[in-house]
Each structure stands twice: as C-alpha cells, then as structure tokens.
Design a protein around this ligand. Structure first.
Ligand code: GLN
Length: 276
C-alpha cells in the first residue's frame, strides 16, 4: 500500500523552486500544482510527491502550467489542452462575448471556427447558445482530436462537426454560415523567437506563425469567407497588437463592411467585427 504521510514543508519547497526559476506567480502556481496532484495535501503519498516534483521541474523549464496539468479555464469552462493546441488566452474571451451578442435573442444558425485548436471559442459559444450548430476546422488532426474531447466534456458534441483541413481546401456550402470566428496564427515569423519561452517552445508553431508580416492567414481567410457567409452574416477576427486596422482593410477589400473593433480587458484592440 502507498504510504501516506504529512509533509508540511513541501509547499515552501515548491514555492522556492519556482521563485528560483523566475516563474511569475509562484505561490498561486504551487497551490494549483498541489490541488491537482495531491488533493489531500498536507497528507501526501510518495507517488504523489514524485508526480509533483516532475511537474515542478517541467514548470521550472518554463513549460506552461496548463500544459503540465492538461487543462485551462477559458470563458465559463475548463478545456483539455496539450502541446498540440494553442493554450486558450483570456484575451480571446472577447470574441466569444461579441459572437453571443451578435447572435442575439434567436441564437440559432451555424457558427464556423477557422483554426479551432482546443475548440475553446466555438464550444464556449455553443454552450451559451443552445440552438446553434458549429463547425470547427483545423489543419492539425491532433488538435481536432482535442477539440472533439472538449466538445464531449462540454456536452455539445451533438451540435458540432470538426473538419481536418486547410482553409484553402475547405469545402463549405456557399452562403451557409451565420457567424465565422477565428483566432488565426498572426505572429510575424521573425518575431516568434522573441516571444516568452512558454509560448515559443510550447504552443504549436502552426498556431502562431502568420508568415513574414503576420497577415498571411488573415489574407487566406478573407479569400474564402465572403463566399460562405450568409448575407448579413458576420466574421469576428482576433487581432494581434496593432493589427486591427490592417485586418479591417484586408476584409474590406473583399467586400465586407467594418462593424466595430472591440478592445480586450487589457485595452488592446483585439476583436475585429466585419459584416457581409
Ligand atoms: N495571442 C497569442 C500570443 O500572442 C498568439 C496567438 C495567435 O497567433 N493567434 O501569444
């Protein structure tokens, strides 16, 4: 039988290891690690302690905590995450809120998420709007697997379909989509190396790299979206810092109208809303 003993000092040990590794919120993260790996702490088994030490050494190398514990809170739910998907960011929650507002009281129709990753945007919207159907597209088959698991966890899988495809090859019926949402890769290739370790080494490059100037994916999306949107349909696009006006221009050049640019909680112009 596994030996259970009290270990009152472990919390302090973990905190100092994380401080040494320059982890920004060492106490909060220590408590998350303990809660996750040793729910009865300070009572702890030898095996739980080993799991914790492994987690602390991974975190000390700046692997993000959500990827170590395998889940991340986003909007109103907890999502499974792995190294195959971009970790959901609080900045992205504004897309969910705006999409729900736009869907209005009827809240039915079809929402398409381009580059769905963990599925956090699409599935959060589906969870709020019970009449809605969703389609999530991703070029990564492994990301689609995670999104499917999250759909089951949130109990919305009967209302969503996932497609493993590039945007260029995507086959969607013309004028069939009410709202498109997307958080595409938008970091300029040369800037990826300057990002923090947590992002550049642990988020998939395919979810970050937006080509030479960061706008490649916005341009690809602007090629396909006007045709598949219903008349009066919307697209909500996540923007990187300083990108919102140029994004609006890219979509205006394809015939869509700018309806608004919404700031995230940090005051950054984050969500570009365009209407057909
Ligand atoms: N928001 C992410 C970051 O700046 C990037 C995600 C993306 O390229 N869509 O770390």
């Amino acid at each position: 039988m596994t030996k259970i003993k009290k270990n009152m000092n472990l919390r302090e040990e973990i905190i100092s290891a994380l401080i040494k590794a320059k982890i920004p919120s060492p106490r909060m993260e220590t408590d998350i690690i303990l809660k996750h790996a040793a729910p009865e702490y300070p009572e702890i088994s030898e095996q739980e302690k080993q799991t914790i030490m492994l987690m602390v050494s991974r975190r000390s190398r700046h692997e993000p905590l959500d990827k170590i514990i395998g889940e991340k809170e986003f909007y109103k739910s907890v999502f499974k995450v792995t190294g195959d998907v971009l970790s959901p960011r609080p900045d992205t929650e504004i897309l969910v809120e705006e999409a729900i507002n736009l869907l209005g009281a009827k809240k039915n129709g079809i929402v398409l998420d381009l580059g769905t990753g963990s599925g956090c945007i699409l599935l959060s919207i589906l969870q709020e709007c019970q009449q809605l159907q969703g389609i999530g597209v991703d070029i990564s088959a492994k990301a689609i697997e995670i999104a499917q698991i999250n759909a089951q966890r949130l109990d919305v899988e009967s209302r969503c379909t996932f497609i493993n495809s590039s945007w260029k090859e995507l086959e969607i019926e013309k004028e069939s989509i009410d709202v498109v949402v997307t958080n595409p890769p938008y970091i300029a290739s040369a800037e990826i190396e300057e990002l923090e370790e947590e992002v550049k080494s642990y988020d998939p490059k395919t979810a970050l790299d937006g080509g030479k100037d960061g706008y490649d994916c916005y341009k690809e999306i602007a090629e396909i979206v006007p045709e598949i949107l219903k008349k009066e349909g919307y697209i909500l696009i996540e923007a990187g810092i300083g990108q919102s006006e140029k994004i609006a221009e890219i979509f205006e050049n394809k015939g869509l109208r700018l309806k608004g640019i919404v700031k995230d909680l940090g005051g950054i112009n984050r969500c570009v809303i365009m209407k057909k």
